[in-house]
Design a protein around this ligand. Sequence first.
Ligand SMILES: Cc1cc2nc3c(=O)[nH]c(=O)nc-3n(C[C@H](O)[C@H](O)[C@H](O)COP(=O)(O)OP(=O)(O)OC[C@H]3O[C@@H](n4cnc5c(N)ncnc54)[C@H](O)[C@@H]3O)c2cc1C
Length: 393
Amino acid sequence: MTERTQVGIVGAGPAGLLLSHMLHLAGVESVVFERGNREHVGTRLRAGGLEHGAVALLERVGLGARMRKLALSVAATDFRFDGCGHRVDFRAITGHPFTIYPQYEIVSDLLEARAAAGGEVRFDTPVRRIDGLESARPVIHYEAGGSVRRLECDFIAGCDGYHGVCRQAIPASVQRVFEENYPFGWLGILAEVAPPSLEVAYACHERGFAMQSFRAPTISRMYLQCPPDDRADNWSDERIWSELALRLDVPDRPPVARGPIVQKSVTAMKSFVVEPLSYGTLFLAGDAAHIVPPTGAKGLNSAMADIALLAPAFAAFYRTGRREGLDGYSAACLRRTWQVQRFAAEMCTLLHRFPGASDYAWRLQREKLAYMTGTATGMRTYAESFVGLPFEP
Ligand SMILES: Cc1cc2nc3c(=O)[nH]c(=O)nc-3n(C[C@H](O)[C@H](O)[C@H](O)COP(=O)(O)OP(=O)(O)OC[C@H]3O[C@@H](n4cnc5c(N)ncnc54)[C@H](O)[C@@H]3O)c2cc1C
């Protein structure tokens, strides 16, 4: 017998789980397919910072309780270059803080809410392909119990990340891809040590970019620019700490705090957008549709902003039969997405040391930083983009 649901969702990352949760609140049925297991999905260490629009959305959909208890509020970014710290107080400029609440906590809250509501999230269930997108009965083909089975849907939401299968189901003739690969990566570490301050520091140093952040009052999250094909095991703990100190320490700020490193990995830097974000009865959201280099802390926020548009569009369709929200989803999302791309790419090029860049380019880069951190216009431009554009148009 063929199974059926209203919205079939591929991927139980923040985008897929948030969509399923919001559809449930609107009385719309969904099934989520996830190839990983629950433990893996609920503990993956990724993004850590929320824009005020993301915080407001989580509150609005009833997921604010743990966040209010555990989250930390950040008021300023400290940019370090040419041997000095330059603090931009984005909260004073915009009235909004940036909220540190790790992605794994959001995913845990969503998994708990889905379980409490009897929501269907099928772990260890990879989707092999989707088809029928031009019809009113698209089908998800998923693997379970050693065989491939079918789920018929009214719609499919492709929330399956950059390497997922959904985007590939859109014919190449109607898809346009925009992408940029950067000539560096990030070595990211998690360390059991209180950060020297509850503010985020970005260093633009001759030896490369470095970042000091945190996930909890006693857990630091730090990054170092490295070659894109570097391996985490090339970096001993001693090498990591001395490189972080070289790049981040400046005379008028507390020095990098050392502690046991409990996780390290290398991530490549990429910008990517596919247009359009919908095709027939398929709608893409989150990393399936767009990727940003993490310098602007936008990946998770963008995924949530997509769902802030997509969930009400589905809800309106089922409530009234009207398709305006669904038909306008791609264009509305792309308007915001490209502004996010602009900011993330600007921050990425402003803060990293580009291999082979001329002395002129390197000098100009720091002059741009001086303008951004030393003039009212520069600081406002940074602050508005960093705390985030509105989630709804
Ligand atoms: C290593 C890493 C570090 C990051 N660090 C930061 C950061 O510091 N700051 C920041 O803002 N952003 C960061 N990001 C980006 C941020 O985590 C993502 O933007 C965010 O996870 C996007 O959510 P999503 O739900 O769209 O996709 P994902 O979280 O990728 O979720 C997609 C889900 O789909 C599942 N899936 C894929 N294919 C299939 C299939 N065929 N069948 C079933 N399930 C499938 C995957 O297992 C996954 O669970 C990072 C990303 C990575 C990969």
